[in-house]
Design a binder for this molecule. Sequence first.
Ligand code: IMP
Length: 547
Amino acid sequence: MTITNGDAQAFFHARGEIQDYTKALEILEKEYPARDGLDVETLLDSDKHGALTYNDFLILPGYIGFPASDVTLDTPVTKRISLKAPLLSSPMDTVTEHNMAIHMALLGGLGVIHHNCSAEDQAEMVRKVKRYENGFILDPVVISPKTTVAEAKELKATWGFGGFPVTENGTLRSKLVGIVTSRDIQFHTSDADPVTKVMSTDLVTAPAGTTLAEANEVLRNSKKGKLPIVDKDGNLVSLLSRSDLRKNLHYPLASKLPHSKQLIAAAAIGTRESDKDRLKMLVDAGLDIVILDSSQGNSMYQLDMIKWVKKTFPQIDVIAGNVVTREQAANLIAAGADGLRIGMGSGSACITQEVMAVGRPQAVAVHSVASFAARFGVPCIADGGIQNIGHIVKGLAMGASTVMMGGLLAGTTESPGEYFVSSEGQLVKAYRGMGSIDAMEDKKAGKGGKDSKANNAGTARYFSEKDGVLVAQGVSGSVLDRGSVTKFVPYLIAGIQHSLQDIGVRSVKELHDSVNNKTVRFELRSGSAQAEGNVHGLHSFDKKLYS
Ligand code: IMP
């Protein structure tokens, strides 16, 4: 039989009475009082189907009544501080040092500087975040008048650029005496000569406080390659480079406190007495948010520390954790926590659940804690287990205000450490749990993070000084190269906007409200549903995620 127009009506008529199509909405409302899919409480009813994590469910699509670009991602990270993107990088020594923290903040998120290094090193990183000004090079390579032409040539080969400012002491904040450009040294054959013989001394400089736009203008008019910025005594404070002019991106989402031009700085500490001294140094360096870094945050140490920080530094916001239950959260909230970090055992480099028998699947942990904390206006971070944009949105749908990522960001250019080629010939970077034997042994040996030196304390999160035997809670490995966060984070942001558009909500707040009032619905995924939701049946494929 061939099917022609009108046959479908006959087909359905044969099965029973067919309704007038114009009444679809009326009938939906009258005859289907319950919305399609499950509300969040039913979804997470662990009596019925065990405790769920991100891959165990999906969010049902809603109505798209606006463009994805209309979706705003403003969200609180503490009681007082909000971000424009719900994305945090984890305080791990293979993830967040100053470079990651600067770029996460520029892109609307926040990087939390790890503490597996000396307090001095950590404070210096906080200072670099606070001093950062888009376009200005705050730690230029500076040489001294005694540097030889040969050494300058070597520096050029190492750094891939020329144009080194020469100061009296060979350091920043010392009197500027000249600039050595590539042209000055290129054809100079007496390599043993000091750079003072070849450097340019007819310098065009700009005073500290010059705006980026003004400095760019001076650079353009001067036709020079570099513009040194000097203080009133002629000391070098920063540098602007012509080759960077084109690269000076505009960062409209940059995380800044109202009325401040500086980026927000966050760092992690432990809960020992020595951490109080560490925090004092971080606060002096300009810290805004401190994270008390513990895998099990519900402890007398953390409660005391929260109270001490709130009393000693009322201007600093304290994020406590980690927690996965309401009871743990209640203690920390009562002690004055301004934010909570949720997750135990869900991290990609984590073996806590296997070894310690404690933890909780992340979706249910986030919902349980975040729905309770919301009653007290305490925002929550869903920390760990984020492998893709879908996981980010699911973490937010479970009530988190932000998500924290380790492994997903460890392979970016801005994470500490160098790329290397794996035995399979792929470009990778090291990534390790802070409770891995590697990280803990580095602590015992006083080695510190990958790019920082000596006297660290970060892995105190996983063992105490008195422990004779190290019990690993994490592994050490590598992750694939992901390029720069300046491309990756905008990809994550655009993806979250599209996902929220599919769900039919215009903001993170509307997502939270719509989950709570049961208009956003969910569905459980069986094992085969999960297989169906992934690429299947292809002979081969290339999973390129963004361009
Ligand atoms: P990821 O984004 O899934 O890689 O998880 C990152 C999170 O894992 C961090 O923010 C920490 O909460 C957690 N984590 C870091 N190191 C360890 C470890 O050694 N054991 C258990 N959890 C860890």
